[in-house]
Design a protein around this ligand. Sequence first.
Ligand code: SF4
Ligand code: SF4
Length: 93
Amino acid sequence: MYNVAWVDNEKCIAQKGCRLCIMYCPEADTIMLDATTQKAIVIEPRCKGCDLCKVVCSTHNAITMFPVDPTTGKVIKGGEAGEAAALGQAYAG
Ligand code: SF4
Ligand code: SF4
């Protein structure tokens, strides 16, 4: 089981210029600005589930980690996220 990040458009303030998650994500082209919605969006197949975007978005709390079904590869929205990959935990301090 692994996790991917998901952005709540109601909470994300990217339209006001916030790019924190985009700047801090260690994976290239994984969390990006959606030109249409002006919100951050996660390219789920590229996300490593490291939690770092969630950590840097703690003020607005717009990012939730959801588990991915290892059999189907589908994101289980509303599912209980499993343990994060080590990188985000290291930054969480
Ligand atoms: S850090 Fe949070 S509020 Fe800022 S762009 Fe990313 S998801 Fe949106
Ligand atoms: S969980 Fe990690 S890899 Fe995935 S979008 Fe967030 S910072 Fe990037």
